[in-house]
Design a protein around this ligand. Structure first.
Ligand SMILES: *[C@@H]1O[C@H](CO)[C@@H](O)[C@H](O)[C@H]1NC(C)=O
Ligand SMILES: *[C@@H]1O[C@H](CO)[C@@H](O)[C@H](O)[C@H]1NC(C)=O
Length: 555
């Protein structure tokens, strides 16, 4: 009898351990290992992505209102070469052609974003709804579905209606929460019968830090030490509100899911035997991913953020912390508002402890008391910030699993850029990047991380925010200097296509041939592009060219 009871107690204990949301991430165990041959679970979803401001162009067409990015990019000195997204890839006019590119790769899903000011030019629902804008997305969604491509739709990829910035101060103002909820509700109403995957915000870290703290991004505000925290606070509440709106008004009819897309570099301790480095790396992750994920999964900011920002605020002589607080009702309202977690990931940093005294005020960056380092041995194919460190991806995915109770994950962005000067379509480094990063994701799936899909970033070269057109992330090259913005497949199109058709990396012999075959086809595309460039140089008017160069299919 006594033994029986003892067994039962143990059983309950084991259950309690199983359902407890978080386990400790093991910082000291970094198994880098060799290439892993194998495939993804059946039904794994392969896709590519884009966002409205970066690709659509047509910035003032068919009744679209101005966004903060239209206003910001039109100011001189904000964007590399003073470029703008006014026309970009002209994606507004090329839905059919671009879907053909996706279809050719046999993508399972396409991730794009809706431009808020395109469908609500004044930002506020009662002021105006632009039916022409709605029609554009309606058509895009219908055509994707006709081609068996699942739409994954982001509601906010950084293009806030400019009037809301001017009148209210944008995300500094809590009135954005209701405006955003009205906009999201309209999207659910109009598109929700056909869209089952909704992402509220793309990379809120960037919206908050680069938009309101460093000012590198629209709206360009430099509110050091307060701007990012305030913006993030309103964004988190807005996300939760939209999730509840979906949950109470639409879920039973539409049966979709609402998530968020968080971006995060991986932070690895410089010295894994040094506890201070491990704590610094953990802080780096908590201030980055945890800032948003911890409220959504656990109801409040990470304790280490509250401690650090609170202490630094007190040292500055402030009466309260620069990090806003959630009251108990808000905490329970926000907790559990993530049906799936989108993860955007590009690169890794080494992290070490570093103290910043608070004599001359603080910023988000100095609040963390750490320094970021890179290994000069890491390959840096494109953007100066983007080093290829595949093992960091597996570490990040395992971190998410252990910190947030193994949520359902969709990788919403992963990819690599090249510099503008490089017009070579034989993008060897990108094939290598995809191969190694996707392989580390496969290892993470085998570790038990619940990854359901992967989104290569991005379908096309496009406007890269403050970097203008100087960084190219596309699977397809876009000739921005030509009138029709023709697309040319880079070798990585063929390579990614093979990963998709094999659902991973079946065996060594097959994979060894992939890169060679992909490189064969890009040579002819290279010649075509070179010829087109010569022609457009000779002809200042720009010759008419096919929008899309037909893709070889010799799989
Ligand atoms: C961008 O605009 C600024 C301000 O008018 C000007 O000084 C700068 O030379 C411009 N840059 C380019 C590349 O045109
Ligand atoms: C938010 O906007 C309203 C209306 O313009 C204004 O009265 C209020 O002061 C703003 N709040 C903040 C925090 O900026």
């Amino acid at each position: 009898m006594a033994q029986c009871r003892l067994l039962r107690v143990c059983h309950v204990l084991v259950l309690a351990l199983c359902v407890s949301a978080t386990e400790d991430f093991d910082w000291t165990r970094n198994e880098k290992g060799s290439f892993y041959y194998g495939t993804f679970p059946t039904g794994f979803s392969w896709g590519a992505g884009s966002s409205a401001y970066q690709t659509e162009g047509a910035w003032d067409k068919d009744g679209k209102g101005m966004s903060i990015w239209d206003a910001f990019s039109h100011k001189k000195g904000k964007i590399y070469l003073n470029d703008t997204g006014d026309s970009s890839c002209d994606g507004y006019y090329t839905v059919k052609e671009d879907i053909r590119l996706m279809k050719d790769m046999k993508l399972n899903h396409y991730r794009f974003s809706i431009s808020w000011p395109r469908i609500m030019p004044k930002g506020i629902k009662s002021d105006q709804i632009n039916e022409k804008g709605i029609q554009y997305y309606d058509n895009l969604i219908s055509m994707l579905l006709e081609n068996q491509i699942t739409p994954i739709v982001t509601l906010y990829h950084w293009d806030l209606p400019q009037v809301l910035e001017e009148k209210y101060g944008g995300w500094q103002n809590s009135s954005m929460i209701n405006f955003f909820n009205d906009y999201a509700n309209l999207c659910f109403e109009r598109f929700g019968s056909r869209v089952k995957y909704w992402i509220t915000f793309n990379n809120p870290w960037s919206i908050a830090v680069e938009g309101y703290e460093t000012g590198e991004h629209a709206p360009g505000l430099k509110l050091k030490g307060t701007g990012a925290y305030k913006a993030a606070h309103n964004i988190i509440k807005a996300h939760a509100k939209v999730w509840h709106t979906y949950d109470t008004q639409w879920r039973s009819k539409q049966k979709g899911m609402v998530g968020i897309s968080l971006s995060g570099d991986w932070g690895e301790p410089v010295d894994i035997t040094n506890q201070r480095d491990i704590e610094a790396a953990d802080r780096y992750m908590q201030f980055y991913l945890g800032w948003f994920a911890t409220p959504l999964f656990n109801g409040d900011y990470p304790q280490v953020m509250k401690d650090y920002v609170g202490r630094k605020s007190a040292q500055q002589g402030l009466g309260s912390s620069r990090l806003p607080t959630f009251n108990p009702q808000e905490k329970s309202y926000i907790r559990g508002t993530c049906d799936f977690l989108g993860i955007g990931h590009f690169t890794t940093r080494y992290i070490t402890q570093k103290n910043y005294p608070s004599i001359r005020g603080n910023s988000y960056f100095t609040d963390r008391d750490l320094a970021e380092l890179v290994d000069p041995q890491w390959p840096d194919p494109g953007s100066e910030w983007l080093y290829s460190v595949p093992w960091g991806f597996r570490r990040l995915l395992n971190f998410v699993k252990s910190q947030y109770g193994n949520p359902m994950i969709y990788v919403t962005e992963n990819g690599v850029s090249e510099k503008m000067v490089c017009t070579d379509l034989c993008d060897e480094w990108r094939m290598q990047y995809f191969k190694d990063y996707i392989n580390e994701m496969l290892k993470a799936v085998n570790d038990g991380v619940n990854v359901k899909g992967y989104t290569a970033w991005s379908l096309l070269d496009k406007f890269e925010w403050d970097e203008g057109y100087s960084e190219r992330f596309g699977l397809y090259y876009v000739d921005f200097r030509s009138k029709n913005k023709p697309r040319y497949p880079k070798a990585s199109v063929q390579y990614y296509k093979r990963i998709i058709s094999s659902n991973g990396f079946p065996n060594q012999r097959e994979i060894e041939s992939w890169k060679r075959k992909a490189t064969e086809t890009c040579t002819s595309s290279n010649q075509l592009l070179a010829a087109a460039r010569r022609k457009s140089k000779e002809n200042k008017e720009h010759a008419e060219m096919p929008k899309v160069w037909p893709v070889h299919d010799e799989v």
